[in-house]
Ligand binder design. Sequence first.
Ligand code: ADP
Length: 484
Amino acid sequence: MGKVEELLNSVDAIIWEWDVREKRYTFVSQQAERILGYPLSQWQTESEFWLVHLHPEDRERMVAFRERLLREKLEQASVDYRMVAADGRILWLRERVTVVVEDGKVTKLRGVTMDITEAKEAEERFFKAFHSSLTAMAIARQEDRKFVEVNDQFVALTGYSRDELIEQAPEKLQLWLPSPDQAEKEEQLRRQGEIREWEKRLKRKDGSVRDVLTSIVAIEIGGQPCLLFNLLDITERKQAEAILRDARNALEFQVRQRTSDMETFVYAVSHDLRAPLMALEGFAQALLEDYADRLNKTGRDCCRRIINAARKMDQLINAVLDYGRLSYMELTVGAVSLERIVDDALQLLEAYLTQKDARVIVTRPLPEVVGHHALLVQIVVNSLTNAVKFTPPDRKPEVKVWAEKREGIVRLWVEDNGIGIPVEHQERIFQPFTRLHPETAYPGVGIGLAIVKRGVERMNGKVGVLSEPSKGSRFWIELPAAKK
Ligand code: ADP
């Protein structure tokens, strides 16, 4: 075997020469046997070997191709076709053919044939995905940016027909509206071979404009550098986002407006209501001080009752305002420490607890919850005050505080050794101004538990009580646990 022949045999392709007059192969390199499985002798002896083993569907096209080659004496031509291998497999081949002309006549064809089955199969799989994709996709040649393939979604998105898109000059279509970052993105495509999620505006055939999220990837199809476009229509999403943004802004404005309206109202009400109250109290006081000698005991008693009633009314106004504020005030919750909350509450109650000779036992450590620090301090203060307050006069108040944590929820318990609450009242007591006892037995206005309940609910929690008359009560509040 000569050096050249050895070289030809080592190339991973079939190199061949075909005699036009004799209609037979004068040379076929050894790779032919490996690629297609037929012995070399069969190539050279079987009449019309190539035609016989061509895939039937490609036969007509290939005969025409060969005829054109001979007729037009093309110097170089390239073609893809299928052949049936010896074992029945169908192979995709890519062939480059040269025509040999002697004395003005074509005498020989010479060619190089490569096995491109794998690449073709991958390409087929790719095109299958391309055409069944739910997003709009198109392939453009890199060199002139003309579309070579588009899927149905792309046709629908642009409003142009397939024919109006394929092989059309991009300047003629004017599909894209100019983007401010065009140059930068083109540069990125050149350097990295891809652009991801580029927000662009596309003009449809009817002139309407769509917002699209575009990804562009440089790929090779049939040996040609191309660009693959992947487009997602986000027009509706963007519109919805804009509407949502406007709505949120409007709502925030309203809430702020309403909060400030309420503050103003509350201030005015408390001021206007308090003025006559102070007058009542002031004049009754004046009567007591300046006209004491002209009043008998009943008269003085009346004055004192007026003063007490006015003070009570003042407390009630404050209670109503506190409770009301809880509904409209803006509340931002976050992770807060129950340890600190209970400590702050105990500190605020220090004098009261000493005066009542009360003992508060806290089981530590206490976990963190999602809530509002100041509001929680208020809630714990109210619960502890009640626990100490509603104890028979002959019993030393003893209060226990502890917490349970499970499944993302924290339950804080406040247990007392007080008078307890009959079952039928256990729900009622959380409503504003519900009291089970006369003022003389246990002072108060009946707003403490209502604030506990509404406050906890505003922090997405719950409250409840377990109690038996004369055996004490266990109040609980439940809040989301803070994530660690
Ligand atoms: P106030 O303490 O001003 O009366 P609350 O709203 O705090 O108002 O309580 C409402 C009622 O619930 C109280 O009047 C009392 O009858 C009952 N109560 C609250 N806490 C306790 C408790 N720890 N033990 C017994 N009764 C309680």
